[in-house]
Design a protein around this ligand. Structure first.
Ligand code: PDD
Length: 287
């Protein structure tokens, strides 16, 4: 079945989905994006994803490419045309096409908008949940506005590649003080000796993950204590559980970091309980 992408007002075959060479996303990474999960034919946490898109666009002073209602229809239509029941959609908005110049283009230059969708195999995710994943630590060398979900992901791509070459699946950024920040494309959590869930405050040092926000609601429902505070690499190594969250994976247990086993080297029970409760608590809207 051929994939379909939405590009600046048109639904086109994925193989032919193109933007101009002078799109500012291409030349300056001058754009923002969202990735949102679809499960059992339902879009998960769309309101929160669009709220964050609104914030990212506002921080970069990029205009909305269309109304929120119209964008929701485009997302639904893209998912329908790709017959996605389990998977995700990706959307990207850039400052548009203009002759290359660092300063912003003239007022009225339309932003570019792309929406793609793909199916994912739930059994692959289930396998990762059952076995857990491995991570490495890397120094955080990104700019200090990683709270904006910008398409400038070169550091993240290099970090993930480094993880892959080390036989791991995620790279965890560490700040100059030896405190854990977040993964290359995930937020990081630990369960401490008392069973308290700990995650770094979502200030400017990390992205405020939507999964992270909903997981806080899930923990409240399950009666699990959460503390938002910084934690060190050594605390992570000594944790009862470590897990990572993102819209594409909900919450994957991390069973080793830098080659050292976390706890007994097997996925922990709290991350499993949270994962099982997540879908009930999250917002779900029909495609
Ligand atoms: N990444 N931190 C970073 C740096 C991320 O790139 C992501 C998501 C997250 C988790 O955010 P959320 O729960 O809203 O997915 C945290 C997406 C999935 C990506 O780049 O593909």
């Amino acid at each position: 079945m051929p994939r379909i992408a939405y590009v600046n007002g048109r639904y086109v075959p994925h193989s032919n989905a193109m933007v101009h060479v002078e799109d500012r996303g291409y030349q300056f990474a001058d754009g923002v994006y969202e990735v949102c999960e679809v499960r059992h034919g339902l879009i998960v946490d769309l309101t929160r994803h669009l709220n964050r898109l609104d914030r990212s666009l506002g921080e970069l002073r990029i205009a909305w490419p269309m109304s929120r209602a119209a964008l929701t229809q485009v997302i639904r239509e893209t998912l329908r045309r790709n017959h996605v029941r389990n998977g995700l959609f990706y959307l990207q908005v850039t400052r548009g096409v203009a002759r290359r110049d660092h300063v912003f283009p003239a007022d009225g230059t339309p932003p570019s908008i792309v929406v793609t969708a793909k199916s994912t195999d739930p059994s692959v995710i289930a396998r990762k949940n059952a076995t857990g994943i491995k991570a490495i630590t890397v120094p955080d060398n990104r700019w200090d506005r990683v709270d904006i979900k910008s398409v400038g992901l070169l550091s993240n791509a290099l970090a993930r590649q480094q993880a892959k070459e080390a036989g791991a699946q995620e790279a965890i950024y560490i700040d100059a003080e030896g405190m854990v920040k977040e993964g290359a494309a995930t937020n990081v959590w630990i369960v401490d000796a008392d069973g308290t869930l700990v995650t770094r405050p979502a200030d400017h040092g990390i992205l405020r993950g939507i999964t992270r926000t909903t997981l806080i609601d899930v923990a409240a429902k399950l009666g699990v204590k959460i503390v938002e505070r910084k934690f060190s690499v050594s605390e992570m190594m000594a944790a009862r559980e470590v897990f990572i969250t993102a819209a594409t994976s909900i919450c994957f247990p991390v069973v080793s970091v830098d080659g050292q086993a976390i706890a007994n080297g097997h996925p922990g029970s709290l991350s499993q309980n949270i994962r099982e409760a997540f879908f009930d608590v999250a917002e779900k809207i029909t495609i």
